[in-house]
Design a protein around this ligand. Structure first.
Ligand SMILES: C[S@@+](CC[C@H](N)C(=O)[O-])C[C@H]1O[C@@H](n2cnc3c(N)ncnc32)[C@H](O)[C@@H]1O
Length: 306
């Protein structure tokens, strides 16, 4: 898409968003999150400037606000990739992240020689079916669940079985799946909801089944991202009987995080500089935790009952 056309689309999108009521409440997650403060109101700024408050205390959306956010994103985005990656960015930008994530997952399946053909596979937070398409090409029986009716209709239109609902309350029986995937979904759930979702995904997995995650492993300033480090992911899954069997970092953003903000065409320049670096680093750092990576592929196996 031309930059000019993209600017017009962004302007139209911003106007549409301006009509939406601001979220009425916000959840504060003291202690769990660290990093730079996220200010959403004068009250937040005052809390930090006055010293009455923890600067690490970020304001985050609550469950209902998150769900409303996702329904709106899916309803207002004609670009499938923008709806599930960065809604305010052009296609070349989102394609970069799509390719990086798919390469990271593919590396795991290839190098570990995981043969998934015939597996019953549940894609949690399936969005517009990006991963349903990916996994079904590998021969799995893929189905999805998403909170957005718009997204679910889209997946059904592509011929996939998909349910509308929350992943913290899955409408499937125990042991119904050989594998589940969550690509940038659990990271968007407030902590208590995320805990329930992990318990649910464990319930629907067969003993020995795999849970494949592609999630942020750092804090974020965004109101709808709940940061969590690799160790915290590991602990949360261990509590539900799932052991970490693989981890690799990606989304290193070497140039994107370093180029000055004022640089003309900063995104375009950094994305194209990052292409070779990102793929070389993914190869070199396969199987390793990475402080540089913003996301990790994490694979957990459900422990069999002794
Ligand atoms: C960043 S998008 C990722 C979509 C898809 N996994 C992909 O990578 O293309 C997050 C998705 O999770 C869905 N979602 C968010 N909270 C959810 C919940 N509680 N239950 C089910 N789906 C949820 C959103 O509607 C959205 O489609």
């Amino acid at each position: 898409m031309r930059e000019g056309a993209f600017r017009d689309r962004r302007r139209a999108e911003r106007d549409r968003w301006a009509e939406v009521d601001p979220p009425p409440t916000a959840e504060r997650n003291r202690g769990e999150l660290s990093g730079r403060p996220y200010f959403r109101s004068g009250e937040d700024l005052w809390r930090v400037v006055s010293g009455f408050g923890d600067p690490r205390e970020m304001v985050k959306m609550q469950k209902e606000e998150c769900e409303r956010y996702w329904r709106m994103v899916h309803a207002s985005n004609t670009d499938d990739l923008a709806a599930v990656c960065f809604p305010d960015k052009p296609r070349y930008f989102n394609l970069f992240f799509d390719r990086v994530q798919k390469f990271a997952v593919g590396e795991f399946l290839r190098r570990e020689r995981v043969r998934v053909a015939g597996w019953r596979w549940l894609d949690l937070g399936c969005g517009k079916g990006r991963w349903l398409r990916y996994f079904s090409r590998l021969g799995v029986q893929a189905c999805g669940i998403d909170v957005s009716g718009e997204a679910v209709d889209h997946c059904r239109g592509l011929g996939f079985a998909a349910e509308q609902g929350g992943i913290e309350d899955l409408p499937y029986g125990p042991g119904a799946f050989d594998a589940t995937s969550s690509v940038t979904v659990l990271m968007h759930l407030p902590p208590s909801q995320r805990e329930r979702a992990i318990a649910e995904l464990s319930r629907v997995l067969v003993p020995g089944g795999l849970a494949l995650l592609v999630e942020a492993t750092r804090d974020s300033e965004s109101a709808h991202v709940y940061g969590m480090g690799v160790d915290q992911w590991e602990l949360a899954f261990a509590a539900q009987g799932l052991s970490l069997i693989h981890i690799s970092g990606h989304c290193f953003g070497v140039w994107r995080n370093r180029l000055p903000r004022w640089l003309p065409f900063r995104d375009r320049v950094s994305i194209y500089l990052d292409y070779p670096v990102e793929f070389a680093l993914m190869k070199a750092r396969y199987g390793k935790r990475s402080d540089l990576g913003w996301q990790h592929v994490m694979v957990f196996r459900k422990r069999s009952r002794e």
